[in-house]
Design a protein around this ligand. Structure first.
Ligand SMILES: [Zn+2]
Ligand SMILES: [Zn+2]
Length: 358
């Protein structure tokens, strides 16, 4: 076993503290990665605090991971020692179901194994079954090759980390619904997800409209590439944009009234929810969908092949996340700021700060 240092939550209210644990030695299909950077996703904070009532402790959060490969198993083909690798929200899946066979591991019918706050499950008969998974707020991780992406040379690695969750979560729906040039696309909400949605939709050639409550955020969205800003509390402006959007990417992370946004869609067009897991309230009225045969749907992260496609696209187009880097010792303060939405647009932990503290 490999002894690894990290930071863990031990219950739903105490700060994260230093924690030492063990990872498996790499097997024939495994990649051992020395972690360089780990992004802080809003869901890390939710899970550390047990907001979704499914938390397993001790918990080492982190599913936006970039690092250097230090060792690979004999059967590993796409990576070698010295390569830069990325790991996102999943580290395993059943490989047998229809979703897995179509490279949609995130929708595995047995349930994908999450990078942290999950247990390796028995169907896979692989080492460590039944053990808790531990995430990226740590020095090293060992992951099967299928769940590792290769990061092309020359990218700003600390700003690559958030692509592994915030990036793929917005990329996947934009690709699935074939967003591209000639389309008017709205990105609703400007946070970790929304800022990536703006960058991707723009790079894919769409006319991008930032839809936000905040004029300040609107300005920032333009800096990120938005062509227009629509203030959602301005009912006249909302009316002027009615029936004009080809696609809406809704990144708001809490329940909210979606009816005014559905009114913005053209007939037969789609709004996809990527941020909210809890109830969508107040209710969606039937007429919001029936009038204009509109589609309201959701999307979760992305498959591994699609994640590689996104990273390659980012390398080609010079796209990374806007980040603020912190030492791991500041993680608890960063969590407080995430809750206040006080970050542009992702905190990234410099894992060197963990090694140096030894
Ligand atoms: Zn995430
Ligand atoms: Zn599966």
């Amino acid at each position: 076993m490999i002894e690894v240092r990290g930071y863990a939550a031990h219950d739903d209210h105490s700060p994260l503290v230093p924690f030492t644990f063990q990872r498996r030695e790499p097997g024939p299909h495994d990649v051992q990665i020395e972690i360089l950077y780990a992004g802080i996703c809003h869901s890390d904070v939710h899970q550390a605090h047990n907001d979704w009532s499914n938390s397993l402790y001790p918990m080492v959060p982190g599913h936006e991971i970039v690092g250097r490969v230090v060792k690979v198993g004999a059967e590993v083909k796409k990576l070698k020692a010295g390569d830069i690798a990325g790991v996102g929200c999943m580290v395993d899946s059943c490989r047998q179901c229809s979703a897995c066979k179509e490279d949609l591991e995130q929708y595995c019918e047995q349930g994908a194994i999450l990078t942290y706050n999950d247990k390796a499950r028995s169907y896979k008969e692989r080492p460590g079954s039944g053990q808790l998974t531990f995430g990226g707020y740590s020095e090293q991780i060992v992951v099967e090759e299928r769940f590792v992406v290769k990061v092309p040379a020359g990218m700003d690695l600390k700003a690559v980390a958030p692509l592994l969750c915030a990036g793929i979560t917005t990329w996947s729906p934009l690709r699935h619904w074939k967003v591209g040039s000639g389309q008017k696309v709205g990105v609703i909400g400007l946070g970790g997800l929304g800022h990536m949605g703006v960058k991707f939709a723009k790079a894919l050639g769409a006319h991008v409209v930032m839809i936000t409550t905040s004029p300040e955020k609107g300005k920032d969205a333009k800096r990120l590439g938005a062509d227009e800003v629509l203030l959602s509390r301005d009912t006249d402006a909302m009316a002027a944009h009615a029936l004009s959007f080809d696609f809406l990417l809704n990144t708001i992370p809490v329940g909210h009234d979606v009816n005014p946004y559905l009114a913005l869609l053209k007939r037969d067009s789609t709004m996809v929810m990527v941020g909210v897991l809890t109830a969508i309230e107040p209710p969606v009225t039937g007429v919001s969908l029936i009038g204009g045969r509109k589609n309201l749907t959701g999307s979760g992260i992305g498959g591994m092949a699609e994640t590689q496609e996104m990273i390659d696209f980012c390398a080609e187009h010079g796209i990374v996340s806007d980040i603020e880097m912190i030492p791991i010792q500041a993680v608890n303060q960063a969590y407080e700021r995430v809750l206040k939405n006080d970050v542009k647009y992702r905190f990234v932990i410099d894992i060197a700060s963990l090694r140096d503290a030894a």
